[in-house]
Design a protein. Sequence first.
Length: 365
Amino acid sequence: MKTMLTTFLLVYLKTIACASQNNAIHQSVTIAFYNLENLFDYDDDPLIFDDDRTPQGRDQWTEAKYRRKLNNMGRVIKNIGSKNSDHAPAIVGVCEIENEKVLQDLVRTQALAPYRYAFEHFDSPDRRGIDVALLYQPHQFKTIWSKKIPVFIFDRIHTSRRIFTRDQLLVYGLLSGEPIYILVNHWPSRSGGQEASEYRRQKAADVTKHIKDSLLNMDPKAKIVIMGDFNDNPDDNSIKNILKAHAKVKQLTHDNLYNPLAKLYAMGYGSLAFNDRWFLFDQIITTKSLVHSPKTSWHLMTSGIYNPPYLQQPDGPYKFYPYRSVQGGRFTGGYSDHYPVYIQMIRERPEDLVQPLLPRQAAQN
């Protein structure tokens, strides 16, 4: 299996700032998404199905295991995109988190505490009790507003029965002074089979498209980042035909979206594996304005899948798969069944307007 999963779409940047001849410097910023694979605390919540993640549950989920899981997630988040940048991600979308408490505990881990991450989060009606959220470094991203958008899906046979899933999280803010929208998703799973469940993801895609269209109608040049675990690949109908997200820049129009990670999928790479096949359910998709933008404004530089050796299953039948934290009810000490994905953007700014950032090495691994 292929294990090198980083691609460079435009240019290679080793440091976050380099001097140019006109007394300007190039800033870069990392935006990431990570499925944290059932990041639950160890308390039993009677309102959700979290019984497995309790000390008496199937996973025997104790405080010690929870703390180790938190520290593992913090280590990964801090280092996403580290091949091309000396700085931790400015923005990280996450999914499969239980509640606000686990987010508070996550940003306080040793790896993340120096960056003082804040977050946006709303409880979703998902029956498993898992939500999406957005982590961000406040000195780089200033939230103006955020809201959740529900996804209404009904069973095809019992048409009055709602199928509860995760809400979509829309956050609007300023990324180092520039307006940007971030939409965090976790679309319905393939439970029951890909074809039988496809209509659920198509419904979620309709909601995402409606949000995107509404924002572009207000501002045709709006910079929008759509991220998430879509439970579909770049070539599936929900992504390719409903969202109209494409791998080629030349296919971009006002209505189309750019999917930089689609090229990786076409080459056989993925963010999760099943039955010796790679899937790329985790994607970050952007509007045209983040591709064709003046050099003084944020624009896409590179994208990738973060999968260093420590995130890979070290041995056994699942060698090179993502090293998940629980396998068959047994705690492995691993991380997640998904690899994180990321994009990095760049812009040119006058040197006196650029604030210094905390390097990764200032925080312990």
